[in-house]
Write a protein that binds this ligand. Structure first.
Ligand code: IPE
Ligand code: IPE
Ligand code: MG
Length: 257
């Protein structure tokens, strides 16, 4: 008898939905290589996965999605691939913006944009200003993003405030530091998904993922489906988050009664 696959989209409805999901979208190059195609075709295929996952977040009721699209280290790649990725982002925003806006999606870019090509900056500005008051999904695209640079930027902002006398040393705490990061008005991610099997963080949200649940799949990003996304959420729902404390299962407290 063939065992029926669980319907994760249905199953997750009964559990707690993560508020903020972050994704390291990896494996586009490998996907293309397997098909003897140029790497750029993998990036294009990855773009359609992104469209589906954004829609799924909206359907599931996730409040914030942060995707890693281009790291501060990705500039090491050949110029041709970098240009393709930048143009792909412009194309994506150009084609998808109105639909995202109609669905109340609020777009935010995380990273340093001053050094991006001008067409990219124009398209980003348009997306940010059009969607800034939207009340739906918070969709954050980490582009030219590096977590170490983000932390350093916060340290610099902090030091300027100290020098200007706007802050005293005793004001410095985790909440204040978080308020100086690119993600200042977002909760920390509950779940971090990485596709393509790599067991590393690659300079993504180092401060914010201190207690995030990690979930890695061998699927390459262009092959990642809404169904697998729901499976990740299902697995998340089975985890017990302890934040350094003790578990809350019955009997635990009795040990100390
Ligand atoms: C992820 O896919 C996209 C970016 C990093 C821009 P990769 O291009 O890293 O794909 P692999 O890891 O080489 O397969
Ligand atoms: C991480 O993937 C960055 C993005 C997904 C944008 P990489 O492919 O750059 O990571 P490494 O080089 O395998 O660590
Ligand atoms: Mg990669």
């Amino acid at each position: 008898m063939v065992k029926k696959k669980p319907d994760y989209a249905e199953l997750i409805k009964a559990g707690e939905i993560p508020q903020h999901v972050a994704i390291i979208m990896d494996g586009n190059g490998r996907w293309a290589k397997k098909r003897l195609m140029p790497r750029t075709m993998g990036h294009r295929a990855g773009m359609s996965t992104l469209k589906q996952i954004v829609k799924a977040c909206d359907d599931i009721g996730i409040k914030a999605l942060t995707v890693f699209a281009f790291s501060t280290e990705n500039w090491k790649r050949p110029g041709e691939e970098v240009n393709f990725l930048m143009n792909l982002l412009v194309e994506y925003l150009h084609k998808e913006l109105l639909e995202l806006h109609e669905n109340q999606v609020r777009i935010r870019m995380l990273g340093d944009h001053a050094t991006l090509p001008s067409e990219c900056r124009t398209e980003i500005e348009r997306a940010l200003s059009l969607t800034k008051d939207n009340q739906g999904l918070r969709f954050n695209i980490a582009l030219n993003y590096g977590a170490r640079r983000e932390v350093l930027d916060a340290v610099l902002a902090l030091s300027r405030k100290l020098q200007a006398g706007e802050l005293q040393e005793e004001d410095i705490n985790e909440t204040l530091f978080s308020s100086l990061l690119y993600t200042h008005d977002l909760p920390d991610p509950d779940l971090l998904i990485r596709t393509a099997g790599e067991m590393r963080i690659s300079n993504f949200m180092l401060w914010q993922i201190a207690y995030t649940e990690l979930w890695v799949t061998e699927s390459l990003w262009p092959d990642f489906t809404t169904d697998e996304f729901c499976k990740a959420i299902w697995d998340y729902q089975q985890r017990e988050r302890r934040f350094g404390g003790l578990n809350s299962s019955p009997g635990q407290d009795e040990d100390y009664a």
